[in-house]
Design a protein around this ligand. Sequence first.
Ligand SMILES: NC(=O)c1ccc[n+]([C@@H]2O[C@H](COP(=O)([O-])OP(=O)(O)OC[C@H]3O[C@@H](n4cnc5c(N)ncnc54)[C@H](OP(=O)(O)O)[C@@H]3O)[C@@H](O)[C@H]2O)c1
Length: 243
Amino acid sequence: MPTLLVIGATSDIAHAAALLFGQKGWDLILAGRDMERLEDISFNLRVRLAKDVPFYHYDVLDSHKRTELWDNLDPKPEAILIAVGLLGDQGEAKSCPELALKVATVNFTGLIPIIIQASQYYESIGKGSVIGISSVAGDRGRASNYPYGSAKAGFSAYLSGLRNSLSKKGVQVLTIKPGYVRTAMTANMLLPGLLTATPEQVAKCIYKGVVKKKSVVYVKWFWRWIMFVIKSIPEFIFKRTNS
Ligand SMILES: NC(=O)c1ccc[n+]([C@@H]2O[C@H](COP(=O)([O-])OP(=O)(O)OC[C@H]3O[C@@H](n4cnc5c(N)ncnc54)[C@H](OP(=O)(O)O)[C@@H]3O)[C@@H](O)[C@H]2O)c1
């Protein structure tokens, strides 16, 4: 059975995805920075799936140790799902250099080392899947959340380039772009019901995206068209809008 390595496994979306992949027969490895919650999630998955689910410490901000996880995995997983993300206080991130840098690191630059490790391995064996959860927020910078949105834009562009580089070599690079999702990240936000997905809906999109070897998947589908319209607005008009 193939194995999925889930980075940021305490995320609500990651938990739903791990359960779905597990139900489809995949083995699972979890990684994150909160070992107590990882233990609970691992236990929950083990009970529901009747299989062992190992878990490891991984902190994107720990630049000395973040490459250890991949190095120590033997055998290597067939797919890696990166569900790490930090919204933070976007108002504060606009004026606080430390928080802005943290948002950029957690959502993008800090993820690069493990993506390089996994993708180089997959390239060497001619197969494998790198799955990254980005966001529609990365499709156009907006006044309300550009620290987070710009990091997601960088992450999406990185995955796009990686896909361009590796698709001829048998490696899938899948970018998941949710709009709003009801999770811990958005717990304090009023979300528009129709536009909002559940973690389980995102999980289904991830699983289908892997099975169908997709490149970019919007959750829900109409976000692709919403963002198409938003991206089409000329800058001289867009800069005058409240977004
Ligand atoms: N919710 C939405 O509306 C929405 C929309 C579009 C995209 N997304 C993206 O979906 C992904 C999953 O988010 P979610 O909604 O499920 O939110 P979540 O429950 O808050 O998950 C965020 C995950 O990132 C982890 N994380 C944060 N900082 C980390 C660090 N320094 N090192 C390692 N892990 C770290 C968190 O770990 P801890 O549990 O230890 O904090 C948690 O596992 C994220 O990439 C997010 O940006 C979410």
